[in-house]
Design a protein around this ligand. Structure first.
Ligand code: FMN
Length: 172
């Protein structure tokens, strides 16, 4: 596990290869088995492979989402605030577990932040995403996870970047 954590880097350039359904299922299992507060499981996941839909989603905010247009797969992560007051945490855990699972099966990934982000007209990125995927009103969008085969391997993290000074034992 630690090797995977050290090796995982955000991938924003993917090959043209599709992600096999078996691997998509593995990503979804990671999400659906993820822990949630009170086992509320307030998340919903929308799997997007259609290139036109991915293109539309890539325009939901001005920065940091454009590369989704050239990704073979995006999984939109939504939460139901009515089911859990900590849906953000629950959805975040599911998202990172999908990212780690992706790394373990030879896929690259990047988290695209949607919650709290706006477009240039001041609309929320979440509303833009919801319109594209026909999401029900009561759900909120946490983010979109982009997945695919890495066009290029990135350097794994080195020991040098570990911020050990952020770690405190017993008291600050
Ligand atoms: C909560 C969160 C939001 C992020 N949002 C975006 C985003 O909107 N667009 C993007 O390209 N990368 C996004 N990233 C990826 C970060 O930029 C990336 O993880 C960070 O620069 C460290 O690089 P690494 O993933 O290669 O370790 C996000 C990551 C996290 C954890």
């Amino acid at each position: 596990m630690l090797d995977l954590i050290q090796k995982r880097r955000s991938t924003r350039k993917f090959t043209a290869d599709k992600v096999e359904q078996e691997k998509i299922d593995q990503l979804l299992k990671a999400a659906l088995w993820s822990p949630t507060s009170k086992n509320n499981r307030p998340w919903e996941f929308v799997v997007v492979e259609d290139s036109q839909t991915l293109e539309q989603l890539s325009q939901c905010k001005p920065h940091g989402a454009s590369f989704l247009a050239n990704a073979p797969l995006g999984i939109v992560v939504l939460g139901d605030a009515g089911k859990s007051d900590v849906w953000v945490e629950d959805c975040s855990i599911a998202s990172i577990l999908m990212q780690m699972t992706a790394e373990s099966i030879g896929l690259g990934s990047t988290w695209i932040q949607i919650r709290l982000r706006l477009d240039e007209e001041g609309s929320t990125a979440g509303d833009n995403v919801k319109e594209v995927i026909n999401a029900p009103e009561n759900l909120e969008v946490l983010g979109i996870m982009a997945f695919g085969y890495k066009a290029k391997e990135r350097q794994p993290y080195s020991e040098d970047v570990l911020l050990w000074d952020r770690v405190h034992y017993e008291k600050f």
